[in-house]
Design a protein around this ligand. Structure first.
Ligand SMILES: O=P(O)(O)OC[C@H]1O[C@H](OP(=O)(O)OP(=O)(O)O)[C@H](O)[C@@H]1O
Ligand SMILES: NC(=O)CC[C@H](N)C(=O)O
Ligand SMILES: [Mg+2]
Length: 507
């Protein structure tokens, strides 16, 4: 679930892009990059690690120019260890273009072959995002033979890209000497919004994955980019937009509301915090139906993401809300770390239990989701070690039973604790005394309660329905086989460390 940002400003953008990436760090902890443009050239710095580890003052100084893009990466395709796959990517023909991508393509392999055999373009990495950039470049080449670009030509190229590319993609691209292009796939799976800042020298525009960036950078939120739509902001500050898809429809990824996005963001008109509160309310109703709630002494969140849901659940049940687990703020989000070994170790490093809150109590632990079960298993044991009498576990999201192919790194069924297991079996695996999951309909309703315009969601990991229509059981088998064989190396890479600082691009 990478984070992307694009900026057309009236003053140098390097610091603003850095600050924006800090606001998107929760979307990707593996790599980051910034590319800016000045007169005829791009300046780029990218590498593996957290934003604050990658950029030194000397790198920032080189990022000159008033236009640029930035990216934080959570790898879902290609390799997580290769700093060459940090984004943005760059291509030099027919125009210089840098691009940052959030999402995952489902036909990357076919497109890659097309690039080599038909469009005669070399792809240097195994990243689907580099493929996407080359499709855009090819479509621009087909759309014009001129040395300059106008918005209509750019939008024609995006329409061509939509016809070829499948999967999830929210993108920002900087076309040299021209401006910033941003577009969202025709199903609107990944989020993208933009805002404006009026200055005495004219308007500045900021495009980002989440509205929290606009808020934090002092920009006025204008709106979400629509599914299939492209917006283009000229270097002169002119704004253009166009619907480039034939049949666009809004199907936002529900996992953004469950876990990925910051609670203070508003995605497709719905407050993430508000949706999480609603999830807590619906979950409370289910807990009431399944347990005798009089036995429960306290409700506790598993920090951080489950807090709003747990708080609201406790309130609805009229049970004390207590903090029994404390989070080490210097450990990142464990779910988006690459490799099961590091994830498992990090849960213990990240959370510690306060025995006085557990001793002799029946506790109801609430998490936003249970995916691999890494967190829940550790947490239940920690609660018992801290003296809990009975441990009931509640998940504000339904069981994750199916792989995700749209930008969440869970491509194999085998790694999902709920795949092919009953609730009873899962409860035994996490060693809890009780387990309750949100219903799928209630999860969707939690978001819809705040945004009735959202008719449909991309919720494949819960309901097994893949909205792009090209994900067959055979496709999933092949993906799983490749992952198990270690071909798509985003999983358990020997020697991969979250703090790998090797830097990929030249000054
Ligand atoms: O079942 P699992 O595979 O363990 O995945 C689910 C857990 O991972 C996430 O927490 P994470 O530590 O990533 O981030 P958070 O601090 O935002 O809750 C999520 O909030 C759950 O706690
Ligand atoms: N999570 C994402 O958005 C990942 C983007 C891209 N597929 C990559 O792996 O770099
Ligand atoms: Mg968590």
């Amino acid at each position: 679930m990478c984070g992307i940002v694009g900026l057309v400003a009236r003053t140098p953008v390097n610091q603003m892009l850095y600050d924006s990436l800090m606001l998107l760090q929760h979307r990707g902890q593996d790599a980051a990059g910034i590319a800016t443009g000045s007169t005829n050239s791009f300046n780029m710095w990218k590498g593996n690690g957290l934003v604050r580890e990658i950029f030194r003052t000397r790198n920032m100084r080189n990022l000159v120019g008033n236009i640029g893009i930035g990216h934080v990466r959570y790898p879902t395709a290609g390799s997580s260890a290769d700093p060459e796959e940090a984004q943005p990517f760059y291509v030099n023909a027919p125009f210089g273009i840098t691009l940052g991508h959030n999402g995952n393509l489902t036909n990357a392999a076919e497109l890659m072959e097309d690039m080599f055999k038909r469009d005669r373009r070399h792809i240097n990495t195994s990243s689907d995002s580099e493929v996407l950039l080359n499709v855009l470049a090819h479509e621009l080449q087909e759309a014009t033979s001129s040395f300059t670009l106008d918005p209509a030509t750019i939008f024609k190229a995006v329409a061509g890209l939509h016809r070829r590319v499948r999967g999830a993609y929210a993108c920002v691209a900087h076309i040299a000497n021209t401006g910033i292009l941003a577009f969202r796939d025709p199903y609107g799976i990944r989020p993208l919004c933009y805002g404006v800042n009026e200055t005495p020298d004219g308007p500045e525009f900021l495009v980002a994955s989440e509205s929290v960036v606009l808020e934090g950078m002092g920009f006025r939120f204008v709106r979400d980019v629509a599914p299939g739509e492209a917006i283009f902001i000229g270097a002169d500050g002119s704004f253009h937009s166009y619907q480039c898809a034939d049949k666009p429809s809004l199907n936002p990824c529900i996992f953004e509301y469950v876990y990925f996005a910051r609670p203070d963001s508003i995605i497709d008109g719905v407050s993430v915090y508000g949706a999480r509160l609603r999830m807590g309310e619906y979950l409370a109703e289910k807990v009431k139906r399944e347990f005798s709630t009089g036995d429960i002494d306290v409700v506790m969140p598993i920090p951080d993401t489950s807090r709003p849901a747990a708080m609201q659940l406790a309130m609805k049940l009229g049970i004390d809300f207590r903090e029994g687990f404390f989070k080490n703020r210097y450990v990142g989000r464990t779910f988006i770390m690459p490799g099961q070994a590091v994830r498992k170790k990090s849960v213990r490093q990240k959370l510690s239990a306060l025995p006085t809150e557990f001793k002799g109590k029946n506790v109801l632990l609430v998490d936003d989701s249970i995916v691999r079960g890494t967190t829940s298993r550790e947490i239940v044991n920690m609660a018992r070690d801290a003296g809990a009498k009975k441990v009931i576990f509640a998940s504000a999201a339904p069981p994750v039973r199916f792989p995700n192919v749209y930008g969440i790194d869970m491509p194999t069924r085998g790694e999902l604790i709920a795949h092919g297991r009953s609730d009873e079996e899962i409860m035994r695996m996490i060693e809890a005394d009780g387990l309750v999951y949100q219903d799928i309909a209630a999860m969707k309703q939690s978001v819809r309660d705040l945004g009735s315009h959202i008719q449909n969601f991309e919720a494949s990991c819960f309901d097994g329905h893949y909205i792009t229509g090209d994900v067959s059981p055979a496709y999933l088998d092949a993906l799983e086989a490749a992952r198990v064989a270690g071909k798509s190396a985003t999983h358990d890479i020997p020697g991969k460390s979250q703090l790998n600082l090797s830097l990929a691009s030249p000054d």
